[in-house]
Design a protein around this ligand. Sequence first.
Ligand SMILES: [Zn+2]
Length: 461
Amino acid sequence: MQLNLPQNTKNRLQGLPVMHLGALAVVTAITLTALLWPESSHDEQSAWTASELLDHSALIRDEDLQHDFFNHNLFLDESEFLASLNARQAEPGVFHYSIQQGDTLSTIFDKAAVGQTIMHQILAADEQLLALDILRPGNHLTFRKDVETGHLEEMELYIHAGNRVIYRRVDENNFEFEEKLIPGSWEQQIVSGEIYGSFYVSAIRAGLSKSEILEVNKLMGEQIDFNRHIRAGDRFQVIRKAQFVETEATGQSQIQAIRLQQNNRAYTAFLFEDGNYYDAKGESLTRAFRRLPHDQNYRISSPFNPRRLHPVTRRVSPHNGTDFAMPIGTPVVSIGDGVVTRVENHPFAGRYIEIQHGSTYKTRYLHLHRQLVKRGDTVKRGERIALSGNTGRSTGPHLHFELHVNGRPVNAMTASLPLAKSVPREQLAKFNEQVNQLVSIMDTASQEQIAQRQDANQPGS
Ligand SMILES: [Zn+2]
């Protein structure tokens, strides 16, 4: 199969394993089957909302799609991985389980013959990470018991090749977590397509994940009325970086550039090194954030602290958020525009909400009394999302607020947040240089597509 990649990328790919090429071939597939999506259906199909997008797949989380998309092309890795797990399974005291649709943590612990008390001890250790709240098909759990006593010593959660978490027993009543993140390598890929039917349908066929489509929609939506003003035949290109650990795709990606070509007009978005997106002139496309998740000056009762002494367990464990003491029922607001990715109830974190703000930023709001949004909702900066509470393991009414940047918790009170309106003057030269590079990658890819189409139209070919 012919790859629509710039020549230098092609050369670089030759040394790579077959799985990579398989993944890229899908990524670069162009959708030209206009007959399936006649233009008359354009209007209703393009009027999707973020919440519909997520609700249409009630059982599948949006991250699943990315995961599936990559792994379909990577079965060789998957079977190798399973073979290594089967080998481990043979070890005494080890129980391995691959997550299936419909599983709950309780049913899995039952299968592993590990009691609910132990499960709660592990959930307590997971409070600052909340990794066990979003188990999905493709994840794996490995339980290791002491062969003589039968006590659970360790449980490992395999999320993807770049991310696993180990919950390790520290004493009779407590576990602690260790997160193993492997940076791996990031491959640049270009996804191209033409719009027939809705942008959503066209983008899925071109190989973008749901979360990537949301990001494109948001960034382009800052420039044009994206749902009304796109037309059949408009072309789009997305340059993304996708993470690989050895030969396995982790499903993690970051959009670097977007171009929507409409007749003679192009709309673009570029990621700069400060983590924000700008148009080609360097004007910000990322709406400003606010610092506080509430409207009054509530006292910080416990600051962000990677080495905190836990107030309940009296053990050193990270405090990945900022606690604000506030009466139950205080309105809690989102600090930025985003999409609600979780509304969950956790025995220790309590009722909580997670919001994704583009691919770089994520916030969490814990111990809530009541949520005012549901998963899949889009929210605006300053919008009320919940009433604060005292649910879960909590020493008094408060809001625990977390900010994650590129998947890592940071101090929300001091972290640099997108507040700038444009690229600072002294960084403009660097920004322009990066823009030129990305534009030339997209130009090369378009020229190759045009050449290919002409080839296909030659008589006798
Ligand atoms: Zn807290």
